[in-house]
Design a protein around this ligand. Sequence first.
Ligand SMILES: *Cc1c(COP(=O)(O)O)cnc(C)c1O
Length: 420
Amino acid sequence: MSSAELFARAQRVIPGGVNSPVRSFRSVGGTPYFVERAEGPYVYDVDGRRYIDYVQSYGPGILGHAHPKVVEAVTRAAAAGTTYGAPTEAEVVLAEMVVDRIAGLESVRFVSSGTEATMSTIRLARGATGRNRIVKFAGCYHGHADSLLAAGGSGVASQGLSGCDGVTDGAVVDTVVAPYNVVPELDDTVAAVIVEPVAANMGLVAPVPGFLEGLRVACDAAGALLVFDEVITGFRLAVGGAAEYFGVTPDLWCFGKVIGGGLPVGAFGGRWDVMDHLAPLGGVYQAGTLSGNPLAMAAGRATLELLDADAHARLTATATRLADGLADALTGSGLTAVLPRVGPLLGLFFGDVPPTDFDEAQALADNGIYPQVFHALLERGVALAPGAYEALFPSLAHDDEVIEATISAAVEAAASVRVA
Ligand SMILES: *Cc1c(COP(=O)(O)O)cnc(C)c1O
């Protein structure tokens, strides 16, 4: 059955034919390709086409698809039963790995998605401080919990949703939205400031020097907790994530994506004096039938075991080659491309200057060029995310040959795009 046929069937039984809006191709036009299988840097669709994949499930695929070590770990775990509702050694091992890698993080709890991680972290921050307000930054995406859906990036931006139907005024009354890269004024009503240390859901927007340091100082002065949403940056920027990369230590961390090795996982953690407010130790309730799931723990462990400093250096080298090559390839024929990069993370905008906040990112993301380049690349076997607000995710499986093939495709793609 073809992608077109499957999409028609899907739309009859699944809203929009997709289980997450960014997959729908709404912001780029056309029909999504339905994936049959994937391996390393490639996905193969049901129409028999192969794509060099820079989506990598929006971040989890740091090793590339179907890494043999991950497949083996998941297979072995599945044979021993998929969920028990009782604790396992695998949870202890993965928790120890996280505590060992993230300096300043003493305790961690596993959940099943990044959304659960951020949602639970906000509840914990409020419970621990006895304060109500949270500060988030425009263009940062922290999953789809009600209180965090104000001015979000990723699908919230690409679907043209300014707010979100169904989110009550009451749910966001204690959410303050500030511009990214400006340290906000805080007072003693603020429980927490939550930030993507590198904003990777409005394309890629790097923190300006002093921003993260300034947040640390402002939070300390106001008695507010600093939360790094490292769902994308964690275990990607460095072994110790963004906290290590930038040398700024938050009070609480949120993780997801890489930490699950491609299975549904999130995690949140921090110092004991905050984390001990969680049930059963404290009064902040948080739970999950599938939290710490054995398959997910096995995939996460197998993934983290392969991510040492050398792996991050190799991934950064790959991302640098890709950023430089694509910038050259896509600039010309009336196009100007800029590829902001922070370590192994990169984004793609059609403009002269990398944006520093959501307004600037939106102006570039909505200039109409991305959808054309997206389709020109897809036709040539290179899959970017079907939306201009996403980062690119090269993996450790993207070798020199794959990067060269990508750049060659981009040269041809750029020549085919007409700029008005
Ligand atoms: C993807 C993402 C989330 C949400 O994670 P889900 O697993 O999709 O719920 C939260 N924060 C950031 C920074 C993300 O990129």
